[in-house]
Design a protein around this ligand. Structure first.
Ligand code: IVH
Length: 661
């Protein structure tokens, strides 16, 4: 059957347009038409080729959907061997490389081309007169596997090179890889289809490239960056690597935009540091920077040693993945009560730091990866990202390892509640235990040392030193702070124990009115409602609180733990007390107690405590390094008390008041 000329011309035109848009989209990442517009062109070409099968050729853009499965891959011999690279693992080794290059060339310094070292699979592409005829894996460097059908499905690999003067034969070297976004999407599809997911982009790319059924490869999001040339026939390569990259780009091949020509070793180091910072945000994995002497005549002079060029080196980044073991799985409670399981790891160096913990996200993630205590795992830390357990090496699993179950929600909620309650108890306006933050409380609760605030008063040095990030000095400081909090006021205790709706002001009123714990805990709702600030709801809360066995136990426990406060007889009026009618101002640093505590005690005795000195001030209590308030007192003739006088006053307020009368 003869093909109408119009159909032939239209098909050629469509192929040119589609190739142009493929190049813009897959190679330059700069599409000019919408996906829908592209699909219209593509379908028209498909229809023409279906009507006239002779129109379709192996280089048609429609021929990227994959071919029938192979029984096996054929072995192919590369025209030029695919070499490997020497590694530099630190700056010294990198400087040594540069020194050897300069000595070998007898020059002071050279230019290099810096290229990202992609973490994918090396591929060899053979173009004859511009047409892709074969693609092979690296294999042992001399022989690889023929993966032409698979690579033809990779849209970023041109089936036909661009330009008028194409070499008769060209071997192009590049790296096939998968982006992070590609892997995520693929894993989503795999999950939906009930298939296995891939642990990292490299494994996913390798799996895709080694499919015997290229129709599967076609559905995997592979792409490529090209970085070099093997054998070339019928054309001359330009004189520098930098120009080789430019030429490859002109041929329509995908070349990394991150490559740069740099000057000397300092240029290399600066590039390395810059890319090291960008690494986590590239959207694909690189494991180092490849430096190549730019001038090809220099490359020829330097030559090769044991299958690696003397003119190139791979300066590796610290590995982002490492192997270690799971020592324990803990659950962390966030500020909002959210629970996050965390793997405690045998310390391992990864991503440039020592990692001892990794987030496990949630129970579903743990179950999906089947992470167990005792497992050998791969951990990953990319950039500043929180370290993660990527996968378990099941072959190393101890025989007695059991699937992990996070504590049930009820238990977790309870833990979170206890932490919040103790954090409140230790707060500055409450018992004022400095250094007892949520992190410390959480650990104490998790290990079962503390189940209520009363347990704080049973802790010893050994309990605290056992905690994470707790040295002997911090442990002693915390013990001292706990000890100081034993000597307190009734109103602080009332606030600290966390009766619902009882804030600091209500606690102060209750303390003043009832004077002591027995009177308060025995009070009826009606009696409670007599207190300023206390309405029927708060009154009911208080009654309920003291009826609760757990709360009675807490108060008993506090007393047994040595927490003590002064009590007095119940009073009719909240303002009554031995210091009624007096106003105090506190200034400077006191040695035996904080100013807050001194103020509370004065108030508990009926005094007012003010913030600034005026003619109405009865006394100014002056501690060390007092400033303008002491001056003001002198100026206004307000009497001043030092700390010793304050202590006398607090010890015997009635006698003190009498002595002043
Ligand atoms: S050049 C003559 N350049 O690294 C030098 N290799 O260890 C041969 N690779 O098998 C390699 N990015 O898979 C070169 N920009 C790059 C590269 C690169 C990644 C891989 C490639 C090769 C391995 C060498």
């Amino acid at each position: 059957m003869s093909i109408p000329e119009a159909a032939r011309a239209r098909a050629a035109d469509l192929r040119t347009q589609i190739e142009h848009h493929n190049h813009l989209y897959y190679v330059l990442d700069a599409p000019e038409i919408s996906d829908a517009q592209y699909d219209v062109l593509f379908r028209e070409l498909e229809a023409l080729e279906a009507a006239y099968p002779e129109l379709g050729g192996p280089d048609s853009p429609t021929q990227r959907v994959g071919a029938p499965p192979l029984a096996q891959f054929d072995e192919v011999r590369h025209l030029s061997p695919m070499l490997s690279l020497a590694n530099a693992l630190d700056e010294t080794q990198m400087r040594d490389f540069d020194r050897r290059v300069c000595e070998g060339l007898d020059v002071a310094a050279v230019d290099y081309v810096a290229e990202t070292k992609l973490d994918g699979l090396a591929i060899n592409l053979i173009y004859e007169h511009g047409l892709l005829v074969r693609a092979a894996t690296r294999g042992d460097g001399t022989r690889g596997e023929d993966v032409t059908s698979n690579v033809r499905t990779v849209k970023a690999v041109p089936l036909r090179l661009r330009g008028a003067e194409l070499p008769a034969m060209l071997e192009v070297r590049g790296e096939v890889y998968m982006t992070h976004a590609g892997l995520l999407e693929l894993n989503k599809q795999q999950l939906a289809a009930g298939e296995k997911t891939f642990a990292n982009p490299r494994n996913a790319a390798a799996g895709a490239l080694r499919q015997l059924d290229s129709r599967i490869t076609a559905r995997r999001p592979l792409t490529i960056y090209c970085y070099g040339v093997g054998t070339i026939d019928g054309a001359e390569l330009p004189p520098t690597q930098w120009e080789v990259l430019g030429w490859l780009r002109e041929l329509g091949l995908r070349v990394s935009p991150l490559s740069e020509r740099v000057s000397g070793i300092d240029g290399c180091i600066a590039y390395y540091q810059r890319l090291g910072q960008q690494r986590a945000n590239l959207g694909y994995d690189i494991d180092g920077i490849v430096y190549k002497v730019d001038r090809r005549d220099y490359q020829a002079t330097l030559g090769y040693v044991s299958r690696a060029p003397r003119w190139a080196v791979a300066y590796k980044f610290p590995p982002e993945e490492a192997q270690t073991t799971v020592l324990a799985i803990d659950v962390q409670v966030g500020r909002t009560g959210a629970l996050t399981p965390v793997a405690r790891l045998h310390p391992v160096h990864v991503g440039g730091v020592t990692v001892t913990n990794a987030t496990l996200h949630n129970q579903d993630e743990i179950a999906r990866k089947d992470i167990r205590v005792g497992d050998t795992v791969i951990v990953r830390r990319a950039g500043d990202v929180i370290p993660e357990v990527v996968r378990v090496l099941v072959e190393h699993r101890p025989a007695d390892a059991v699937p992990y179950e996070m504590p049930t929600e009820v238990e977790d909620f309870e833990v979170a509640r206890i932490i919040q309650a103790i954090a409140h108890f230790a707060g500055r306006r409450a018992m004022d235990i400095e250094g007892l933050g949520e992190k410390v409380i959480e650990q104490l609760v998790r290990i079962g040392k503390v189940t209520s605030a009363a347990d704080l008063y049973r802790l010893d040095q050994a309990d605290l030193v056992a905690l994470e990030r707790m040295g002997e000095k911090s442990a002693q400081n915390l013990l001292d702070a706990i000890n100081r909090s034993r000597d307190t006021t009734f109103e602080r205790v009332l606030f600290a124990i966390g009766i619902p709706d009882v804030g600091i002001a209500t606690a102060a009123n209750l303390a003043r009115y009832f004077g002591g714990l027995d009177a308060l805990s025995g009070a009826t709702a009606e009696a409670l409602a007599q207190v300023p600030d206390v309405g029927p709801i708060v009154a009911a809360n208080i009654v309920e609180f003291f009826a609760d066995d757990a709360q009675r136990k807490l108060l008993k426990g506090l007393r047994a733990g040595g927490v003590r406060w002064a009590e007095h007889a119940p009073q009719a009026a909240a303002t009554d007390g031995p210091l009624s009618g007096l106003t105090f101002v506190l200034t400077g640093t006191l040695e035996t107690m904080t100013r807050d505590l001194a103020g509370d005690r004065l108030k508990a005795l009926g005094a007012k405590v003010a913030g600034s000195v005026s003619k109405k001030t009865s006394y100014v209590v002056v501690g060390a390094e007092a400033g303008s308030k002491a001056d003001k007192a002198a100026e206004l003739g307000v009497p001043v008390l030092d700390e010793a006088a304050l202590i006398d006053l607090l010890a015997a307020p009635d006698a003190w008041r009498a002595s002043k009368a």
